[in-house]
Design a binder for this molecule. Structure first.
Ligand code: PFF
Length: 454
């Protein structure tokens, strides 16, 4: 049998995993959540959720993947043969596939905004809400942009683990971090940006209520790519000397830094323009920001151009590195489970995603009133089922699986690289306690809230 691929270096491992975590969730969803949930207090709760809930789950996905060196579906089959736990392996593959279908549509929008920013069209728009609605509801343009980003992702995946995913992440992640640093400096230098900073840095604890906590937890899971086969699949390519806890810590640190920095980019800019509300919701990035770029740089047009091009390039790079990681679990599954060639497996995944992605894209126009699935449009259905149902269910199953089903000795052995690394016993006990009790209960709470039970 052909030798299974793996990542070639520790840096590659960290950057590929961070590439998965850093995505639209950081640059688009996080600032939106911060705006809607009152600023700094939300960030504090978010960071706690990352440390207490996100990190242990990420480490657990790493344990499952690295222990077996198999695609997600076969990893559960190996660890719990003949049991119902295998269901989670398949669920992971399908969740990834579902997410990619609609994530690709929003990624396509970012490409469109990058192009319009670059050719100067964005700067001439007079009504940015109308511009966004006109574009997203049209029939062909969003489908073409979605297909283009799917094909970019395809080209990376088809090249395999080291020459595709790892090389791409090693190129894109440093570029992404550089753009963020530039944009932060830019944004801070705007007049009136101090109000935005105050909003981000001064916590108002009276804002924290159960709904803020639940939103922060949901955001942490989505942003860290937890709950499906993604990190588990990447971990199956980790080398045996990779340090799982340290890698998870680095990934969480990079992911959180990028999210907070995105807030540092967006809010000082937004606050520098009067009459723009920070709690503009999901339209923040596609409707509010183009306005901000225009007004803030009204008399220095080339600066507005540069800011918007860099910003949408950042968004696109973040989206692409995540898309690559979401593409890999179904590809690895088809490739290994059905013994297909990588190119065939990749082509099947990409084609299905473009087909379903087309339906998701048309949900904003031609098919807006076609709601065959639970009264939802295709886009809303795929978003709802994967992010609101499959991800939390996956998170609960993973924590119970590693907490209760796997033997603690085996998990300890994997975390300590077969005894080569020092893992304090007390820290391990806290980790197992969190997996057994706190994390499943916390995710259950998010789940019920999302379903509107309370
Ligand atoms: N973490 C990605 C983001 O923040 O945009 C999204 C994501 C990727 C979610 C991979 C889930 C996943 F498995």
């Amino acid at each position: 049998m052909e030798k299974r691929a793996n990542f070639g270096s520790k840096l590659g491992i960290v950057l590929a995993s961070a590439g998965s975590a850093v995505g639209l969730g950081n640059v688009w969803r996080f600032p939106t959540e911060v705006g809607e949930n009152g600023g700094a207090a939300f960030i504090l709760v978010y960071v706690l959720c990352v440390i207490i809930l996100g990190l242990p789950l990420m480490v657990s996905e790493f344990v499952i993947g690295r222990r077996t060196h198999k695609n997600t579906a076969d990893a559960y089959r190996e660890l719990a043969p003949g049991s119902a736990w295998i269901f989670q392996g398949y669920l992971g593959v399908f969740t990834a596939w579902f997410i990619l279908c609609y994530y690709g549509v929003v990624s396509g929008w970012t490409l469109k905004y990058l192009v319009s920013g670059f050719i100067g069209e964005l700067h001439r728009v007079t009504d940015s809400a109308d511009y966004f609605v006109q574009f997203s509801s049209s029939t062909w343009a969003p489908v073409v942009y979605m297909a283009v980003v799917m094909l970019m992702c395809h080209v990376v995946i088809v090249r395999g683990v080291q020459t595709g995913i790892e090389r791409f992440s090693k190129l894109m992640m440093p570029l992404l971090l550089l753009i963020i640093a530039l944009l932060v400096v830019f944004s801070f230098s705007m007049p009136g940006s101090a109000d935005g900073l105050r909003f981000l840095l001064k916590p108002d604890f009276s804002k924290i209520d159960s709904s803020v906590i639940l939103s922060a937890m949901g955001q942490a899971f989505f942003s860290l790519s937890i709950g499906m086969g993604c990190l588990c699949t990447y971990a199956s390519y980790f080398t045996d000397d990779a340090k799982l806890v340290k890698t998870a810590g680095s990934v969480a640190a990079i992911d959180t830094t990028v999210a907070v920095m995105s807030g540092f980019i967006i809010f000082p800019a937004v606050f520098s323009v009067e009459a723009v509300a920070p709690d503009a919701g999901p339209g923040l990035v596609f409707i509010t920001l183009p306005n901000v770029f225009q007004i803030a740089f009204g008399n220095v047009a080339w600066l507005g151009w540069l800011f918007s091009v860099l910003f949408y390039l950042l968004l696109l790079l973040a989206a692409l590195t995540s898309m690559v990681s979401i593409h890999e679990p179904p590809t690895a599954f088809l490739l290994e489970h059905f013994n297909l060639r990588r190119s065939t497996a990749t082509t099947i995944v990409t084609s299905v995603c473009i087909g379903v992605g087309m339906l998701c894209s048309l949900s904003f126009g031609l098919l807006a009133d076609f709601r065959p699935l639970f009264g939802l449009t295709f886009f809303d259905f795929f978003d709802f089922v994967s992010a609101k149902i499959f991800l939390p269910v996956g998170g609960i199953i993973i924590s119970l699986f590693v907490g209760w089903r796997l033997s603690s000795d085996m998990v300890f052995d994997e975390l300590s690289n077969h005894g080569h690394l020092h893992v304090p016993r007390w820290a391990f006990s806290v980790y197992i306690f969190l997996l057994r009790w706190l994390i499943p209960l916390a995710i259950m709470a998010i789940f019920l809230k999302e379903l509107g039970v309370f």
